[in-house]
Write a protein that binds this ligand. Structure first.
Ligand SMILES: Nc1ncnc2c1ncn2[C@@H]1O[C@H](COP(=O)(O)OP(=O)(O)O)[C@@H](O)[C@H]1O
Ligand SMILES: Nc1ccn([C@H]2C[C@H](O)[C@@H](COP(=O)(O)OP(=O)(O)O)O2)c(=O)n1
Length: 247
């Protein structure tokens, strides 16, 4: 049933930065979208750590849903079956940028969801409209509970948190993104496999959300010619500007 989110998402308590838990953070949401390999996860994790903010990797939730469907031998072409599986998904996700774990039931699938077998199937779940509705609702709950959080994905600036104080589209050239993903996977993937996991997946994902052009009010951060540190600093600079504006 659409709207009745039985998706029992549970968030592990974030332990961000060195800030004591009793210090209440002002509400500040940093939304980052972008294509595969643009640096969203690594840049946002580093920025959240330095800022003492929580961190939400929404792609990991789509990956976990895909892992669960495959584990339960759900036919990914069967839209209803995929939506039902996502409805019952017993997901726990950490929002601590320094300790990222994701579990389904008792299974810790933090490493498994990064495997190429998941990357090659995840768009089939991410383009399921009902699955998206359920996952977006869960993501909004997590963001609301955290208050001070960097959330990244494909539709955070536009659908999940369009009212975020900082909204950034993180991009990089196709060449840079393929090179980065290849290096990240330790050179284990040939050029064709990388293209499937990066460019073809982006093309399919683009049918479900727009992360190739910045929406109104969303700043573009092109990391093609920036070092990792420069990219992180640029994002933090935007957050500090917003903090200054809100102070
Ligand atoms: N500006 C950058 N310069 C060089 N490498 C980067 C940069 N940004 C990210 N990377 C590296 O590229 C790889 C892919 O980044 P990742 O965060 O997984 O991207 P995404 O989450 O957008 O798919 C990581 O190994 C990361 O360290
Ligand atoms: N908010 C989001 C986040 C991810 N997705 C989809 C798109 C991707 O194919 C998968 C996995 O996302 P993930 O960010 O882990 O992918 P990359 O690390 O960028 O390659 O989920 C989405 O549709 N909406």
């Amino acid at each position: 049933m659409e709207g009745s989110t039985a998706l029992s998402t549970h968030t592990d308590e974030a332990a961000p930065g060195a800030r004591p838990p009793q210090v209440r953070q002002p509400r500040l949401v940093i939304a980052v979208d972008g294509p595969s390999g643009s640096g969203k996860s690594s840049v946002c994790r580093a920025a959240a750590t330095q800022l003492g903010a929580a961190y939400l990797d929404t792609g990991a939730m789509y990956r976990a849903a895909t892992w669960y469907c495959l584990d339960q031998q759900v036919d990914l072409d069967d839209e209803d079956a995929v939506a039902l599986a996502v409805e019952e998904l017993p997901l726990t996700i950490s929002t601590d940028p320094q300790h990222q774990t994701i579990t389904v039931g008792q299974a810790d699938i933090s490493a498994e969801i990064r495997e190429p077998r998941i990357s090659e199937k995840v768009s089939e779940v991410a383009t399921n409209r009902r699955a998206r509705t359920l996952l977006v609702a869960a993501q909004r709950r997590i963001i609301d509970e955290a208050g001070f959080i960097v959330a990244e994905g494909r539709d955070i600036t536009t659908v999940v948190a369009p009212d975020a104080q900082v909204r950034v589209l993180l991009t990089a050239s196709a060449e840079a993104r393929l090179r980065r993903r290849g290096a990240q996977l330790g050179g284990t993937q040939d050029a064709e496999a990388l293209k499937r996991q990066v460019l073809e997946r982006d093309k399919k994902d683009s049918t479900a959300s727009n992360f190739t052009e910045a929406a109104d009010g969303v700043a573009v951060l092109d990391s093609s010619d920036l070092t990792f540190e420069e990219t992180v600093n640029s994002l933090i600079g935007r957050v500090e500007q917003a903090q200054g504006a809100g102070a």
